[in-house]
Design a protein around this ligand. Structure first.
Ligand code: NAG
Length: 429
């Protein structure tokens, strides 16, 4: 019998004899039974122009002259000024009150994006440091208010996706230079060493190897190599669950055979992170609310059948791409035909900035509520072990702002309350 037949045979018997305990359990979090209700702290330790536009507007002038990401933001200011501005941002944007409020809203989790530059700089990087102190504070507040956390490596050297939220927009050179991979691995080692300790045992229930690597434009073998290497680094340092993003390969069981306990019994506690937005193409934007709901529910069905337990690590209430600079500084929206689209689906008048009264209109409010509830149901279904809303707060974007959506009664309180029952055909609460 050759090796692959043995694997196949053991796979079949294993599947028959143990339908549920696919992964070794540890004391941090049981991903086979406990659902995550979480928020992302977007725009804090990694800048995103659309979440905090005032920081980028401070440069004045035309949008076309403004920095488009944190790399250029720090470069434009120079280290000293950048450090001043960012220290102020880090110490005011998130405070202990935020964590207390999360807990009051029934959340049990936060995902905290952080860039490699918080830990290590490349030669000539304009980035400034100081984020780690705030990460540590956040984790302490999590402990105090009974919240669990993932540390999410959101930007790696050269950028893994070219998004502004990787720190460096319109660049995709992570895999082009071994030095970039080496720094990534070194940073991951620091994170694994420093956050696997007993001090964080009750808080850190995941380290995410890299956020949103853009699979179709990357070398897949190199990405898998990095995931395998990242797994080993985390295991060498302890028992923190390992989070791998799906690299936008969301269907066809793409990740089933990667870091799979049935193939390699030494592997355990690997969780796949899926991100679901329905607004970054014209086809998705054109869906009516019932189609949006149907798509979300179908994702819940599909991901329920994956090998790995999985979590929807990013999703939103947004039904448009109208938020100013969502698509990047100096770019408009597909919704109103000001970006990559030559006919308008609608207007962005009420949506570019916070028009609170628009969202109180009952037909608008209930449409958003319906979509939010469907996603909450879909993403706590079977092996889909929870949801992490993007994001906790923004300067003024209601569609993206958990806090404001709660106060508008669009995000339910308690989280399990429903105005629309059983939209997905499976009851999850
Ligand atoms: C990691 O932990 C070591 C040992 O406590 C400490 O010296 C170092 O500053 C920490 N590094 C980071 C980035 O937190």
């Amino acid at each position: 019998m050759n090796l692959s037949l043995i694997y196949l045979f053991s796979l079949i018997t294993f599947t028959l004899s143990s339908p549920i305990k696919l992964q070794k359990r540890n004391s941090r979090w049981d991903y086979s039974s406990d659902d995550i209700y979480g928020v992302n702290i977007g725009g804090w330790l990694v800048l995103e122009p659309y979440i905090t536009p005032s920081l980028f507007d401070a440069f004045g002038g035309e949008d076309s002259t403004k920095p488009v990401d944190e790399y250029h933001f720090t470069q434009y200011y120079g280290k000293d000024n950048a450090e001043k501005v960012l220290q102020n941002h880090w110490s005011t944007f998130m405070t202990e009150d935020d964590f207390e409020l999360m807990s009051q809203y029934g959340l049990n989790f936060v995902r905290i994006p952080i860039g490699y530059w918080a830990f290590e700089l490349l030669d000539n990087d304009p980035y400034v440091q100081g984020q780690v102190e705030y990460l540590n504070k956040a984790l302490k507040w999590c402990a105090k208010y009974n919240l669990k956390a993932w540390i999410d490596l959101h930007g790696v050297p050269g950028s893994q996706n070219g998004f502004d939220n990787s720190g460096l927009r319109d660049t995709l050179t992570w895999q082009n230079d071994q030095k970039n991979i080496d720094v990534t691995v070194s940073v991951l080692k620091t994170i694994a060493e420093n956050y696997s300790t007993d001090e964080y045992k009750d808080v850190v229930i995941g380290i995410e190897l890299v956020n949103e690597p853009i699979g179709h434009d990357l070398d897949e073998t190199k990405l898998e190599d990095y995931y395998n290497q990242g797994y080993d680094i985390i295991r060498e340092n302890g028992d923190v669950p390992v989070i791998i993003h799906d690299a936008f390969y969301q269907l066809d069981h793409h990740w089933d055979n990667i870091l799979n306990t049935q193939i390699d019994p030494n592997i355990w506690d690997v969780i796949v992170d899926h991100h679901h937005y329905q607004i970054f193409s014209v086809d998705e934007l054109k869906r009516d609310i019932d189609d949006h709901v149907k798509v979300a529910c179908n994702l819940g069905w599909q991901e329920a059948n994956e090998y790995h337990y999985n979590v929807v690590g990013e999703w939103t209430a947004a039904l448009t791409d109208c938020a100013k600079w969502l698509n990047g500084v100096n770019r408009g929206a597909r919704w109103d035909a000001t970006f990559q689209n030559d006919y308008a689906i609608g207007t962005c008048d009420h949506l570019f900035t916070a028009d609170y009264s628009y969202f109180q209109d009952e037909s608008v409010r209930s449409m958003y509520r319906k979509y939010v509830e469907a996603q909450m149901d879909a993403y706590t279904h079977s092996k889909v072990m929870g949801w992490i809303f993007w994001c906790w707060k923004t300067e003024n974007l209601i569609e993206w702002d958990f806090k404001q959506l709660v106060s508008l009664n669009i995000i339910p309180q308690p989280l399990t309350s429903r105005e629309y029952y059983n939209q997905c055909g499976y009851v999850t609460y």
